[in-house]
Design a protein around this ligand. Structure first.
Ligand code: AMP
Ligand code: MG
Length: 411
């Protein structure tokens, strides 16, 4: 890459660098439709039929032929019977005739239009209504949603609730998806204590493994928790090698600060090809990425907020690509007014934690969560977005328009 500088990498450049090495999974499995929720399609879904399958009524009313419409004045038609949804109307409809029809009822032969029941007056066995402005109305035509053979969902598509329904509407019971991506992770640090144990002097509870567990589970990968490992070269090496054997991706937190003499860096250089960056961002400056044998490796910073920020800026999209999505979308971003002034230096991208809310007029606004230190994990709990302030942005006045990345459902 041009102007590659590991000591000052922009967020965008680091993302591009990582993208070059992401080879999607190839193994697939066939699953019953419901089990495919949250999985990525390995082959496209093609429509095996027209949807809808036949011309049918869009409402409760009367089916007739538009040639019978009186151009100006009253149209009067004789009611020949009723067409219910789920049954074909046996007879043909001739000039001057109509059929009472229910929503979804198959259009009887000889008809092409439906007049809404509320618009007709019924007398004995005939209806009359004023000529509507257009013919061929209120009919859902065969194939108007999907044509036979049409690509309904492309390979790589992430299956959501609507997709389950869409595929079901085609009568398809099983789909081919990529197997789950396996992601192993562990924390590093002599100071880490496991939850449920009393803290000794100088210890902190290992929280990163729990945020990672949560973020990874939301992505639908298979998580392999390898524990909290002390800064001991033999333990770290054993854990790292075991992780690369079990998983497609290995994520660690802590111990990758540039300039810090520690075991992780040495092990990573010994067993794989890993680059260590100082990213021009806050929080989350140190970051490592590379490959150890076949496994992709992400070395995240130790600070709890930095772990989450780097995960959402670098790891999430990379995992989606490995899972089989060709070009994953970054988190949704839009501009809103910030209700407070923000102090910021230029030259790095900041991901401040923010609370998006609607004011009394119903307008979306954002308010920073308060103290923005990279160890203040409560700021992530309060936040529902990142306020993204890029390298060119300096101090901001109250009322400035700022881009926010929505974390709804992710934190
Ligand atoms: P490091 O990158 O290893 O120097 O860690 C940076 C900071 O993050 C230190 O204050 C660590 O104690 C803290 N830290 C590292 N790992 C964890 C963890 N798993 N849970 C909570 N804090 C951590
Ligand atoms: Mg450490």
């Amino acid at each position: 890459m041009d102007d590659y500088d590991p000591n000052s990498m922009s967020v965008a450049k680091a993302k591009l660098f990582i993208q070059q090495f992401l080879n999607p999974l190839t193994e697939t499995e066939r699953l019953p439709l419901s089990d495919a929720l949250g999985r990525l399609l390995a082959s496209a879904i093609l429509s095996p039929a027209q949807v809808p399958n036949y011309d049918n009524s869009a409402m409760d009313g009367y089916a007739f032929n538009s040639l019978d419409l009186a151009p100006d004045g009253l149209t009067t038609l004789k009611v020949m019977g009723t067409a219910y949804a789920g049954k074909a109307f046996a007879a043909s409809v001739h000039s001057g005739q109509c059929v009472r029809i229910m929503t979804g009822g198959m259009m009887p032969s000889g008809t092409d239009s439906v007049i809404m029941q509320e618009k007709v007056s019924l007398a004995a066995d005939s209806i009359s209504f004023s000529a509507p402005p257009q013919s061929k109305m209120n009919v859902r035509y065969a194939g108007e949603d999907l044509q036979l053979g049409q690509t309904v969902l492309a390979a790589g598509h992430l299956m959501q609730a609507a997709d389950l329904g869409l595929v079901a509407s085609l009568g398809i019971a099983e789909v081919e998806v990529y197997r789950k991506l396996k992601v192993a992770f562990f924390s590093t640090g002599d100071e880490l204590a496991g939850i449920g144990q009393p803290l000794k002097i100088g210890q902190v509870y290992d929280s990163n493994r729990y945020t990672l567990y949560g973020m990874l589970s939301r992505l639908g990968v298979e998580v392999i928790d390898m524990g909290a490992i002390a800064d001991d070269p033999v333990l770290l090496e054993n854990t790292l090698l075991a992780a690369t054997q079990k998983a497609d991706v290995v994520i660690t937190s802590g111990g990758v600060s540039v300039g810090e003499a520690d075991h992780m860096k040495q092990l990573l250089s010994q067993h794989g090809q890993v680059v260590f960056w100082k990213i021009a961002m806050k929080p989350g400056r140190p970051l490592a990425y590379g490959k150890i044998a076949h496994a992709h490796y992400f070395g995240l910073p130790g600070n709890p907020v930095a772990v989450m920020v780097t995960f959402y800026q670098f790891v999430r999209e990379a995992l989606l690509m490995l899972m089989g999505q060709a070009s994953p979308q970054a988190l949704p971003t839009f501009h809103v007014t910030c209700t407070e002034a923000i102090k910021k230096q230029t030259g790095r991208t900041e991901f401040q934690r923010g609370i998006l809310y609607t004011d009394e007029q119903g307008l979306w606004k954002v308010k920073p969560t308060g103290h923005q230190g990279s160890a203040i994990l409560s700021s992530m709990s309060k936040a529902n977005c990142f306020i993204v302030l890029d390298e060119t942005v300096g101090n901001l006045d109250k009322g400035a328009s700022v881009p926010v990345q929505v974390l709804h459902g992710l934190v």
